[in-house]
Design a protein around this ligand. Structure first.
Ligand code: FPP
Length: 261
């Protein structure tokens, strides 16, 4: 109990001092509260080296590890990574199996350490369609870390922005059907609270590596006013220095949210 209280005080202090204490970041401008990343380019990274695509995904896990730790250190409280989309089932079965295996490995190997570092793991997506062993491992991770409050790591898995909106609409429709909600009471807040990210701030910054210029069905609702940072760097080559570049750039953006300055 006392320990948890101390941890909360520590988190508060970190929040207050998280600006300007790291090299190259501006002291005056704020860091994103929520960073989203499309981890793209694993396959190309491997192909460029004459390696099987699996090697690219494995190397991508290393980048993920580095970025999670950097975000925890910097005091970025929400990080969302796109690990497997509702469309990725169209890939060859062997690649899908590899990605599922890597995920289970990642969760098994990293969970204790993530837990010690105060990371709360949260899954975005239709998890009940995932293989059972993956679901079991994810459940363990989510339950182990559910009270942590340093950083929330959202892993988007069997995730699609359209599927998320469909699920939200179904949830709302069932409340209307059961007379718990009137149609005229539905507003943007109602929709936000029925998304997988309910209760979380929208992403302030989206990083998309590997030179792609698409949203790819990622966080369609939540990205409405998100700043984008695009780079040709392939995800397995993405390191802390690239994250710092993105954050510095973000700090120089002027966000108006549709208003005039
Ligand atoms: C896109 O690269 C990447 C993916 C579809 C999977 C991302 C997964 C990981 C980084 C590892 C597993 C995740 C976790 C959370 C442990 P691509 O394969 O489309 O690359 P390409 O566009 O170069 O072919």
């Amino acid at each position: 109990m006392v320990f948890r209280l101390l941890e909360q005080v520590r988190v508060l202090f970190r929040g207050a001092s998280r600006q300007g204490t790291r090299s190259g970041l501006s002291g005056g401008a704020s860091l994103p509260r929520h960073l989203a990343i499309i981890m793209d380019g694993n396959g190309r990274w491997a192909t460029n080296r004459g390696l099987p695509r699996e090697a690219g995904h494995r190397a991508g896990v290393e980048s993920l590890r580095e970025v999670v730790h950097a975000c925890a250190e910097l005091g970025i409280p929400y990080l969302t990574v796109y690990a497997f989309s509702t469309e990725n089932w169209k890939r060859p079965r062997s690649e899908v199996e590899t990605l599922m295996r890597l995920l289970v490995e990642y969760v098994r190997r990293e969970m204790e350490q993530l837990h010690r570092h105060g990371v709360r793991v949260h899954i975005l997506g239709r998890t009940t369609d995932l293989p059972l062993d993956v679901q079991v491992e994810l459940d363990k991770a989510v339950h182990l870390t559910m009270h942590n409050n340093r950083i929330t790591l959202n892993i988007a898995l069997n995730y699609g922005g359209r599927a998320e909106l469909v699920d939200a609409v179904r949830g709302i429709a069932s409340k209307v059907k059961n007379h718990l909600l009137q149609p005229e009471e539905i507003n943007a807040e109602t929709i936000a609270t029925h998304l997988y990210t309910a209760g979380q701030p929208d992403p302030d910054l989206l990083i998309r590596p590997a030179g792609e210029l698409r949203i790819s069905n990622f966080l369609l609702w939540q990205l409405a006013y998100t700043e984008f940072w695009l780079t040709d760097v392939l995800w397995p080559d993405f390191r802390r220095e690239h994250l710092m570049d993105a954050l510095r750039d973000y700090q120089n953006r002027e966000r108006r949210f549709g208003a005039l300055k």
